[in-house]
Design a binder for this molecule. Structure first.
Ligand code: PMP
Length: 330
């Protein structure tokens, strides 16, 4: 019989698929690594397992303990998956701007959520950072993973994502591209690929325009999960050879094209990574092999990127014109 002993055994080993349409005119082989095929739906499943393994080994998390983290999305799902398999409680603190669907995903996996107001300063006692710190202090047996500073985030990508890319390309990868949020993916996978290739793999960080990694101040942009307004400890700038930024408009346009042309229903940070990567891919030759990591799926963004009304309300042009029956039945 072929089966996994637990859903956690299915984390990682995500496939590579060649991009064929959005890459028109590009000579290099451009491959996408499909992280939405992880059981929790994103690359964050990888970091959750390693962060919790390490906390258990260090005695920071004991049977029946509680995981407290400010997270509204993928990291929460990853942590909740591991927590339920191992009998921990989860309390996630999220700002009230996070939509109901994302809240419901977390509670569906058995997590408790605490909602905090968005319209307060980060150092206010009501902010999502302050509330999570307070809960971590006050709840007995609480453990706060702190994905922005926890070295197990980048380590999980060093141990899994990087080796998978090397193995599946049979060592032919020449360029690796990932969006930068906490920086864990690019720092960990990038470091592995640099080491194993003796510096032969060029590492490109993709960033939303306005974020600190591409020289901005953290000015608001709409792409979720990437870009920062501070420099997290999980990010190792020495690994990254180049940062390429893309605008929200470029990112969302590419996100929609990936669904329509490549059959890849992915999130906005995936569109951002591909839009940025293709700017570099245009300069490459037929011998080059570029791997772009696509962090999550598109179902969490149906009301935004894939909703014409939402797109129009922000002035994005890439919308499908609504048709009436008369337009279609001609
Ligand atoms: N895209 C999405 C949707 C994410 O949730 C994250 C994680 N914040 C990233 C990209 C970036 O990954 P990392 O934190 O490893 O830099």
């Amino acid at each position: 019989m072929k089966y996994a002993n637990s859903i956690l055994d299915l984390v990682g080993n995500t496939p590579l698929v060649r991009l064929n349409s959005v890459t028109e005119g590009i000579a290099a082989t451009v491959l996408a690594k499909i992280e939405y095929l992880n059981p929790g739906g994103s690359s964050k499943d990888r970091i959750a397992t390693r962060i919790i393994d390490d906390a258990e080994a260090k005695g920071l998390l004991k049977p029946g303990g509680t995981i407290v983290e400010p997270t509204s999305g993928n990291t929460g799902v990853g942590l909740a998956l591991v927590a339920q398999q191992r009998g921990y409680h989860c309390v996630f603190v999220l700002p009230d701007k996070v939509g109901e669907d994302k809240r419901n995903v977390l509670t569906a996996y058995g997590a408790e959520i605490v909602v905090t107001p968005t319209a307060v300063a980060p150092d206010s006692p009501e902010s999502y950072y302050s509330v999570s710190d307070r809960l971590a202090r006050e709840i007995p047996g609480a453990f706060k993973p702190n994905q922005y500073a926890n070295p197990n985030g980048p380590l999980s990508h060093y141990e899994t994502t990087g080796p998978e890319v090397w193995r599946d390309t049979e060592g032919r990868v020449t360029h690796f591209v990932a969006g930068v949020g906490t920086g864990g993916t690019i720092s960990g996978a990038g470091r592995y690929l640099k080491e194993i290739s003796n510096g032969g793999v060029h590492i490109i960080g993709a960033d939303p325009e306005g974020s600190v990694y591409s020289g901005g101040t953290g000015r608001p942009y709409l792409v979720e999960g990437v870009g920062e307004d501070f420099w997290p400890e999980a990010y190792d700038p020495s690994v990254v050879d180049e940062i390429i930024a893309s605008s929200d408009a470029e990112s969302f346009d590419m996100t929609r094209r990936l669904a329509r042309e490549e059959g890849l229903l992915v999130g906005g940070s995936s569109g951002m990574a591909v839009a940025s990567a293709l700017k570099a891919a245009r300069l490459l030759s037929a011998d080059d092999v570029m791997v772009i990591l696509l962090p999550d799926g598109g179902r969490g963004y149906l009301g935004k990127i894939f909703n014409d009304k939402w797109m129009r309300s922000y002035g994005f042009a890439s919308v499908t014109e609504e048709k009436t029956v008369g337009d279609i039945v001609r």
